[in-house]
Design a protein around this ligand. Structure first.
Ligand SMILES: CC(C)(COP(=O)(O)OP(=O)(O)OC[C@H]1O[C@@H](n2cnc3c(N)ncnc32)[C@H](O)[C@@H]1OP(=O)(O)O)[C@@H](O)C(=O)NCCC(=O)NCCS
Length: 172
């Protein structure tokens, strides 16, 4: 078992992707926002932690275990999330954060798609697809030419989402 490396080329944007990018899914009761809209405080970290933890532990490519809340706050949250707040796409239902799609802009017109997760009760409704769609639109707005990601080969939902949005497998 291994990870597949996927790439989305955005120069030029494939015509079929253009169509997909313009079609937002209607998801009643789900609110979309970015981490940049949320104050950098304890409440924010407490909402983000269970989401990231569930995503990492549910990813079939992950080993076992996840950092404690304290380690998350000290080591992961600043570097992986807060420093890239404008490209952390979130979904909430009421007060609960139920989805995340993490993107890091590399500063050389490329970007790396990180963790995508939807909490178990919310899965299968298109939330991850909508988060990912928003992240790709942000890439276009930032002049990103290429987005890379890696997905474990048995992670069929994530592979389906990425391939539908135009990611293709890197070869060689
Ligand atoms: C991957 C994940 C984010 C998807 O979230 P989601 O909101 O349920 O995804 P969506 O509803 O937008 O789309 C899932 C798609 O995968 C498809 N799918 C689900 N199971 C599948 C399978 N076994 N084989 C093929 N496609 C599958 C669904 O049919 C759906 O497509 P549809 O829109 O045509 O119905 C969610 O399952 C999750 O959090 N998994 C654990 C964390 C993880 O593995 N993250 C990825 C690592 S980066």
């Amino acid at each position: 078992m291994s990870f597949l490396h996927l790439t989305l080329t955005l120069n030029p944007v494939p015509p079929e992707l253009n169509t997909r990018l313009q079609s937002a899914r209607s998801l009643p009761g789900v609110r979309f926002f970015t981490l940049a809209e949320i104050p950098d405080d304890q409440a924010c970290r407490q909402r983000l932690y269970p989401l990231v933890r569930e995503g990492v532990l549910d990813d079939p490519g992950h080993g076992s275990g996840f950092e404690s809340y304290a380690d998350f706050c000290e080591k992961i949250y600043p570097r992986c999330y807060r420093d890239h707040a404008a490209t952390q796409f979130l979904a909430a239902s009421g007060e609960e954060w139920i989805g995340l799609c993490s993107l890091i802009l590399n500063g050389d017109h490329t970007a790396r798609a990180g963790l995508t997760v939807v909490k178990q009760p919310g899965r299968g409704q298109g939330i991850a697809t909508e988060l990912k769609r928003r992240s790709i639109l942000a890439c276009l707005n930032h002049g990103i030419r290429r987005v890379t990601t890696r997905v474990y080969e048995t992670n069929h939902p994530m592979l389906t989402i990425n391939r539908r949005l135009g990611f293709t497998e890197e070869t060689g």
